[in-house]
Design a protein. Sequence first.
Length: 188
Amino acid sequence: MRFLAIFGRIIFITLCNVFFTALNFLRWRPVASAVCIGLGVVFNGDIQHGWNFFFNLSKLQRNFVFLFVFKFLKVTVHSISYLSYRPQLPSQGSGAYDAKDVTVIIPSIDNFGDAFTCCVRSVIKCKPAQVFIATVESKRVAAERVCREISMDLKVITVKEANKRAQFLEAVSFATTKIIISADDQVY
C-alpha cells in the first residue's frame, strides 16, 4: 500500500514536470513566435474581416472605436500598474553623507589674494575630508605659501598649462572620497 502511494506521488510529480516543461517550451520566444505566426495564418480571414469591418465604418464611428479601445487599454494598463506597484523600501544602512565623504577641489590661476583666502577659509569651515588647490606650475610657490598660512591640510596640485578642466581632472585623480565638489576660487 505504501509502495502505491509513493509510486503515485512520483507519477504525479513527473506529469507536473512534463506539463510545466511543455508550457515553458511554448513560452520560449522562437516557439511562441511560430505559434503566433501559425495562428495568424489560420485566422487570417477573420483578421481581414475585422479590418474590413473597421475601415467600412464612417469616420465618426472609427474615431469612436479608436477612442474606446484607447481608453480601455489606458484604464487596463493604469489598473495593472496601480495594483502591481510596490514602493521601494529605504535601505537599511545610513543613507546620509557627512563632510568626511567630501573632497573639495578649487582650480585657480589667481594671484591667491584676499578673495582666494576667504574662499578657502569658508570651505575649510565645512570640514571636508580633503581640499585640493589645483593651479599651474608657475603659481605653485605662491599657492603653497598661502595654503600654509591658512591650513596645513591643504594640498596643492599643479598642471603645466592654465585650463580649469585639466586642473580639475588632475585633482580628481588624488580624491579618495565618494563625493567631489568643484568650488570657484572667487566665490565665498
